[in-house]
Write a protein that binds this ligand. Structure first.
Ligand SMILES: NC(=O)c1ccc[n+]([C@@H]2O[C@H](COP(=O)([O-])OP(=O)(O)OC[C@H]3O[C@@H](n4cnc5c(N)ncnc54)[C@H](OP(=O)(O)O)[C@@H]3O)[C@@H](O)[C@H]2O)c1
Length: 280
């Protein structure tokens, strides 16, 4: 039986489920099978990127699945090497051709690459691609408040979503509060901290035992109660189902605070600070 995932509404009216499927590394036939199995389980939001080289895999899974295209929410992201306006427009078109889709529901600038200083141009391309019907909603990923303020100041258009690294070891409290104050939804990438160490964490294990849930479910419930959209990746049908079976229990304030207290200043998984890190 399919699990139904609650939705939230972005400031432009587009709706997104509160949990989606991360698809980094899901490619080829095994990737298609994993994505189809997730859709069968109840996933409707699929997170992809030009740089994951799997937009074709996403498109094939959408065609093989029995769920109508309009019920799905498909995301892709613009790579750093195509931030000039003309390159960005072509890359968005190429993203669509690769997936053989008519439109993306959400398209993000993958990284701001502030040293390159072309993200406002890239944003203008996303704004126009939305006008042309290629994209329903436009957002960013790994942007700091200063970067987002510049986008709005120079183009008048505020992103609907900022997808950022967020997990119990790096909880992004200040950035989340800033998003809330500006009506921007937070999406959590690597929500399970890539399964490194989290599952052995005794504090999380204790909370999981108390609720008769798994550590993964406790973490994903924590994201949900923070108001963030998480996009856990799993290629395993049992774990895919586990990760969306989080709507029949809740964490109390004490649980939430204890989990948020696991954060460390150096908690980023790969030291990718958007102020200096660049990805092309
Ligand atoms: N915007 C960005 O810059 C950015 C950066 C990184 C990632 N992302 C996006 O975020 C998505 C998720 O992040 P991620 O893939 O880095 O890491 P993640 O979702 O935190 O962790 C994925 C790992 O967790 C394992 N896993 C999943 N569910 C589990 C469960 N219930 N129990 C035990 N293990 C479980 C998976 O293994 P199995 O497959 O074997 O279950 C996989 O090894 C990516 O796929 C991508 O779409 C975006």
């Amino acid at each position: 039986m399919e699990t139904s995932i609650p939705e939230l509404t972005l400031h432009d009216g587009v709706t997104l489920p509160v949990v989606g499927l991360g698809t980094g590394k899901l490619r080829g036939n095994a990737g298609v099978n994993a994505i189809v199995s997730a859709i069968d389980a109840g996933y409707r939001l699929l997170d992809s990127a030009y740089n994951y080289e799997n937009e074709g895999t996403i498109g094939e899974a959408v065609r093989r699945s029995s769920v109508p295209r309009e019920e799905l929410r498909i995301t892709s992201k613009l790579p750093g090497r195509y931030h000039t306006y003309d390159q960005a427009v072509v890359a968005i078109q190429e993203s669509l051709y690769r997936a053989n889709l008519d439109y993306y529901d959400l398209y993000l600038i993958h990284w701001p690459n502030p040293k390159q200083n072309q993200y406002v141009e890239a944003w203008q391309a996303l704004i126009d691609a939305k006008k042309w019907g290629f994209i329903r909603s436009i957002g960013v990923s790994n942007f700091l408040p200063d970067h987002i303020e510049r986008l709005e100041k120079e183009t008048g258009v505020r992103p609907t979503v900022n997808q950022i690294e967020l997990h119990p070891f790096f909880n992004q409290e200040a950035q989340r509060k800033w998003h809330e104050a500006h009506d921007i939804k937070t999406q959590s990438w690597s929500p399970l901290a890539r399964a490194n160490d989290v599952f052995e964490n005794e504090t999380l294990q204790k909370i999981a035992r108390k609720h008769n849930k798994t550590v993964s479910q406790v973490i994903l419930r924590w994201h949900y109660q923070l108001g963030a959209i998480s996009i856990p990746r799993s290629s395993n049908p049992r774990r895919q189902l586990e990760n969306i079976s989080i709507f029949d229990f809740s964490l109390d304030d004490a649980d939430m605070n204890v989990i948020s207290g696991l954060a460390r200043p150096d908690g980023r998984l790969r030291n990718q600070d958007p102020a200096v890190y660049e990805e092309f």
